[in-house]
Design a protein around this ligand. Structure first.
Ligand SMILES: [Zn+2]
Length: 378
């Protein structure tokens, strides 16, 4: 029976990181262990050997790999949950049910998009692309919605487990819209916000994730994290309706036809019961589409080992994939700054004097270690 896999945030404490082998406690040690790990022969413990590339690794990446690109992670030193204890992400049902919740979401996202749009993949993403070209990697599964993997190595098979922010999807007709086009529409519908955004960009207030520094540069946020735009509270924020639903009334779940109304400028109006665009990501409380879930499982099953980069596996969907790999007898390597949820389950029976052939666990920066691993293997 198909069981939906729902994305749920985890904010509990994490254990201190394990280090395996012992020599992996430095950048050089972690590099050499990971190089051994990637070039080892297929593990004799592997099960289900009816297909797949057993000497290749599947890489599973999380927010930690994008920190060197200037994005915030969740639990790192400057992570969202660390900097803002009361941070609570929007849930799917809230977004779908509430016009107020959507206004607030899009107002904040309007200000945040330019930083993400400007950010670029870093040395870790490019090293993964080069390792894949050399045959060490069969595919990449990412929890990130920043599109950095596809920008850095479009030649590698990539499963974007939680979708991507580069497009929006209509919850009624499922048509996609590029985010750039949507951003322009938001600017047109919210001129005061557009002016404010320009000011923020010119002061550099959006170049930092640090709330204190942002405030210093003129970006004020309320205790609940809302941007404070002079003369333009988020309750007046407007967002466009789905253009496809505007021309062709979509069919709703109950079989009836939806209707979409806009104001004179094209902003979605509360008279509507359809035409709602959402970021094309799996929001918290939303199920991962079954075809994505299956693609991720197939990517695990087609590889002979797994390397987890920049993820504390706090999200159940990611932890489950690591567990699947472990149950298949795949050697596991983890490169993540800080602890990983329930990691002792993967490394309990590993000899700490092992050279890195069967397991690696290091707490070093990926943007330094992965390019060094690549060099080591050349
Ligand atoms: Zn639509």
């Amino acid at each position: 029976m198909y069981k939906p896999l729902i994305r749920i945030p985890y904010t509990g404490p994490l254990p201190p990181p394990l280090i395996l082998p012992k020599s992996a406690s430095t950048v050089a040690g972690a590099t050499s262990a990971l190089a051994q790990f990637l070039s080892a022969p297929p593990s004799p413990r592997l099960r289900g050997l009816d297909h797949g590339h057993y000497d290749q690794a599947v890489f599973l990446t999380g927010a930690g790999i994008s920190v060197a690109s200037g994005l915030a992670d969740y639990r790192g030193e400057n992570g969202t949950y660390t900097q803002n204890k009361s941070y609570r992400p929007i849930y799917f049902n809230e977004f779908v049910d509430s016009h107020e919740a959507r206004k607030r979401y899009w107002a904040r996202s309007f200000l945040g998009w330019s930083s993400l749009h400007k950010a670029r993949p870093n040395a870790a993403h490019f090293a993964i692309g080069d390792l894949a070209k050399k045959g060490f990697i069969s595919s990449v599964i990412t929890q990130n919605v920043d599109s950095f993997h596809s920008q850095a190595h479009s030649h590698t098979p990539i499963v974007e487990l939680h979708g991507y922010l580069r497009a929006l999807v209509c919850i009624n007709c499922h048509q996609l819209m590029p985010r750039d086009q949507f951003q322009q529409a938001l600017a047109r519908l919210n001129p005061a916000w557009a002016t404010f955004l320009e000011e923020l960009l010119s002061t550099g207030a959006l170049d930092t994730e640090n709330p204190a520094e942002r405030r210093k540069k003129g970006y004020r946020t309320n205790p609940d994290g809302d941007a404070d735009v002079p003369g333009a509270p988020y309750t007046t924020f407007r967002y466009p309706a789905c253009p496809t639903c505007l021309t062709t009334a979509p069919e709703l779940r109950d079989g009836s036809r939806g209707h979409v109304e806009t104001d004179q400028d094209g902003a979605w109006s509360t008279e509507s019961n359809a035409g709602i665009l959402k970021p094309n990501v799996v929001m918290f409380g939303e199920s991962i589409p079954s075809k994505v879930k299956i693609a991720a499982e197939e990517a695990i099953d087609a590889a002979g080992r797994i390397v987890i980069i920049g993820s504390s596996l706090a999200t159940y969907s990611a932890w489950r994939l690591a567990k699947r790999a472990h149950e298949r007898g795949m050697p596991i390597g983890i490169l993540n700054l800080g602890g990983v949820r329930k990691e002792e389950a993967f490394f309990g029976d590993i000899d700490p004097l092992d050279s890195g052939m069967t397991a690696v666990r290091a707490s070093q920066p990926a943007e330094i270690v992965l390019p060094a691993v690549l060099k080591h293997l050349q």
